[in-house]
Design a protein around this ligand. Structure first.
Ligand code: PBG
Length: 331
């Protein structure tokens, strides 16, 4: 692969000026590749900073509008919404109520912004169930676990309800088997065949989600998510998950988390050549913010380096809490 030899070949020649370095740069970073996650709860004038995620807030529908407007001014045009409902129950029924928190937020955003922003909705039940698991529970031989197929029916209700309220794209994150096929059928039957599905296809059971559970008030009340999310040790299994979701009709596939899983992003991109999203999750964000606050790292350089590395690994788009700041730095 190397053409030529030192001393006639000197790779430093193309690094000798900023203009040259810009010309030969292989990976671009632009706010059009960012998706900003936002947390919304009922109320008015709410702007509650999340303790473990400095710079991120729980918002109410009115402050959500302000937040999206400001981010849009920085060039961020895609958003994923997480809801913290007024009430929780065993099955998460507030997830598909017509006047649920996400449904109300979507209507307000739609009437405010029209089609100038892309609104994605996270489709899962951990924020809506009183036990904090990602679906309906069933007991088998003395242990409780998520009932896959019963959860699928509710997932379809949730997605259709979000589509009716104005979602541009749905993003199922519960790692249920068959979720993409069920949602595709449900959306098509309800007249939403034009709405794409971004599947959290390879989502690992990760400690990097810690701060998110504060933000979304969604920690499991017992046990963990290892019976539905993937084992961090597995790579071939991610390929199987992605293949299945694409067969079931996923338009975009996601790898999550991002930074400790760059190898998975690269393999998914190489094997399937489809649009890939990576989720730069809450724990990754919190670590950078904490080290920066302590004065131990250069926050701007670290953040842009991390986001560039995720793009370089093969991600077309990045869900990231750094989106606003990064967009400002990239101006
Ligand atoms: C589940 C969901 C989670 C995240 C996104 N969707 C949490 C979980 O699986 O426990 C994590 C995102 C992050 O950590 O930033 N609805």
């Amino acid at each position: 692969m190397v053409h030529g030899q030192f001393p006639q070949l000197r790779l430093r020649r193309l690094r000798s000026s900023p203009i040259l370095r810009d010309l030969v740069r292989e990976t671009d970073l632009h706010p059009s590749r960012f998706i900003l996650p936002l947390f919304v709860r009922p109320g008015q004038g709410v702007r509650q900073e999340i303790r473990s995620m400095p710079g991120q807030f729980q918002l109410s529908p009115d402050t959500l509008i302000e937040e999206i407007g400001q981010a849009a001014d920085l060039g961020i045009r895609a958003f994923i919404l997480f809801g913290i409902p007024a009430s929780k129950d065993a099955i998460g029924s507030s997830a598909w109520e017509d006047h649920g928190i996400i449904q109300e937020s979507l209507r307000r955003c739609r009437s405010n912004f029209g089609n100038s922003v892309l609104l994605i909705t996270d489709e899962c039940f951990c924020e809506y169930t009183d036990h904090g698991h990602c679906g309906v529970l069933q007991e088998r031989r003395g242990t409780w676990d998520v009932d896959n197929d019963a959860t699928l029916e509710n997932l379809v209700r949730q997605c259709v309800s979000h589509a009716q309220a104005g979602a541009d794209m749905v993003a199922p994150s519960g790692m249920m088997d068959g979720m993409v096929r069920a949602i595709r059928r449900g959306l098509d039957d309800a007249g939403f065949s034009h709405i794409p599905i971004m599947s959290y296809a390879a989502k690992y059971a990760s400690a990097f989600y810690g701060p998110f559970r504060d933000a979304a008030e969604s920690p499991p009340q017992f046990g963990d998510r290892s019976s539905y999310q993937m084992d961090p040790a597995n790579q071939d299994e991610a390929i199987r998950e992605v293949a299945l979701d694409l067969d079931e009709g996923a338009d975009l596939v996601m790898v999550k988390p991002a930074l400790a899983y760059l190898d998975i992003i690269r393999r998914v991109k190489d094997e399937f050549r489809v649009p890939v999203a990576a989720y730069n999750v809450s724990g990754e964000y919190a670590m950078v913010r904490a080290a920066a606050a302590a004065g131990w790292i250069d926050e701007r350089r670290i953040t842009l380096e991390i986001l560039t590395s995720i793009r370089r690994a093969g991600a077309d788009m990045i869900l990231t809490y750094h989106a606003r700041q990064a967009a400002q730095w990239l101006r």
